[in-house]
Unconditional design. Structure first.
Length: 218
């Protein structure tokens, strides 16, 4: 009852309209999208079979498989995990997070559930994908760092925001680029400035969006 009253009051004072359909978001925990648009968003569950390396959605089945997509064999990381397919409420949430440094409850829960699904063991160092100095000044925050801090709070693993830097700007609008163009935009775009602090550690690289795998591989 208290939660309902709080959400109702907040919607009157600070109305949040769904980034997908434009309707009023009734629950603050849903963030940038309404409950209906969240229900129409592909969030990975127990029946979804994903590529064992890059996490690409393959098929929905009650039969467990260990398939790979065949397109990521040359990617330079062990495995990638994602919460769902970029679109609808997830897309609206990611775009909103690039503008407003607030993490709704639903996104936090998705992150934690995704990490738990990976069943990682050991002591990882969480490294958010950095922004360039120019973009960090323009935006005022790094959305990947916000995600990393949520995972750090859940696991107790340290979140290192300083050892990896971006040495230059990359194009902001890369959605229309093919894989090779994306790889070219991030080639030599990152540098490790404190190698002694990450040497020999298992790294959990955190980004808001995984598309071609070019960023993770570089």
């Amino acid at each position: 009852m208290l939660s309902f009253l709080t959400d109702s009051l907040a919607s009157l004072i600070y109305p949040q309209f769904c980034g997908v359909c434009g309707r009023l978001v009734e629950k603050s925990s849903d963030g940038a999208a309404c409950a209906e648009c969240w229900s129409n968003t592909k969030i990975f569950g127990d029946l979804d079979r994903l590529c064992q390396k890059c996490g690409l959605f393959l098929v929905e089945s009650d039969v467990e498989t260990t398939n790979t997509c065949g397109q990521c064999s040359d990617h330079a990381y062990d495995t990638a995990q994602s919460s769902g397919v970029y679109g609808n409420a997830l897309a609206a949430s990611i775009l909103h997070l690039k503008r407003v440094p607030l993490m709704p409850v639903r996104i936090k829960e998705l992150l934690v559930r995704t990490l738990d699904r990976a069943k990682l063991t050991g002591d990882y160092l969480i490294v958010p994908v950095p922004l360039s100095k120019k973009r960090l000044i323009e935006r005022g925050f790094n959305q990947s760092s916000l995600l990393g801090k949520v995972l750090s709070a859940h696991t107790g693993w340290k979140c290192d925001e300083h050892s990896l830097i971006r040495t230059g700007d990359t194009p902001m609008h890369r959605a229309a680029m093919d894989r090779f163009a994306r790889e070219a935009t991030v080639k030599k775009a990152f540098s490790v400035v404190r190698p002694g602090l990450i040497k020999g550690k298992d790294i959990l690289l955190v980004d808001d969006l995984f598309t071609s795998g070019a960023t993770a591989s570089n």
